[in-house]
Design a protein around this ligand. Sequence first.
Ligand SMILES: [Zn+2]
Length: 319
Amino acid sequence: MPHAEIAHAGMLKSRTMKMKSHPDSLQRFLFEQSNVRGELVHLDDAWREVLKRHDYPPALRTVMGELMAGAVLLAATLKLKGSLILQIQGQGPVTLLVVECDGELNVRATAKWQGELEGISFAQMVGDGRFVITLDPRDGGQTYQGIVEVDGDSVAEVLQNYMQRSEQLATRLWLAADEQGAAGMLLQKMPGDGGHAITEQDDGQDDDMWQRVTILTDTLQREELLGLPAEVLIRRLYGEEDVRLFDTQHVAFRCSCSRERVARMLKMLGRDEVQSVLDEQGRAEVICEFCNHHYHFDKVDAEQVFAAEVLLDGSASVH
Ligand SMILES: [Zn+2]
């Protein structure tokens, strides 16, 4: 009995040591005396929650995991209150990839595709698609939307080309995903003064730093990005540099759908439309594409949806 216990404890210990120190987390860092900052994200449960809900083909999973890691990295750079939505609207077998991440780093994702995806490149998957970035402040403020052609042979390239061309921010991303996790690294050269008055000399130093750390990060292996804890990875890559680490932030899978939202959507469809579905099928079923939750409305429920005009309008008028 004591033997078994010791053996068991030993196994637990070695398992724990292999685990990441902070699963589902975002680590921000910056290179001291420069305007270069970085972020490293690891998605574990948050990613597996997405995979659990739909049977995505393996090739699509990689691309989705990368877009999910990329969305969290960009959302974190923006420090936004509302949510950031990244969409790739494809013209190839993958017709849609959507990831939404809010300011608390709650993230959700979904995709639409048809046909065979194995053995084809990212560019072939999405064809001449569009990349749409939406910033929804969710406080009644102006929604921002940028739409560009999908430009790049990988999710990382699409995102960094967008940041470079549309936002004029020198940004590099390294993204990876497998069955167990998705991970990403972002480096960004901030414009202007990073807290200190900018001189030509500083700018030259920042350029040198930017060059050096991006070259170092290009040596990063996929397995390292996916498998190493953030602090270890940062130390290994930038051992010579003076790096300041900030507190980690938790990332979670969370879907913002609700019965109230679905009810509002049914109201927008209109009484006649909903009634014809009810006549045909006895009930209306709405499935959330993100979390796969099934919402059912029978005749009585539908009556309530359309009778509750005052109540629903009242809650909507807050916006
Ligand atoms: Zn949902």
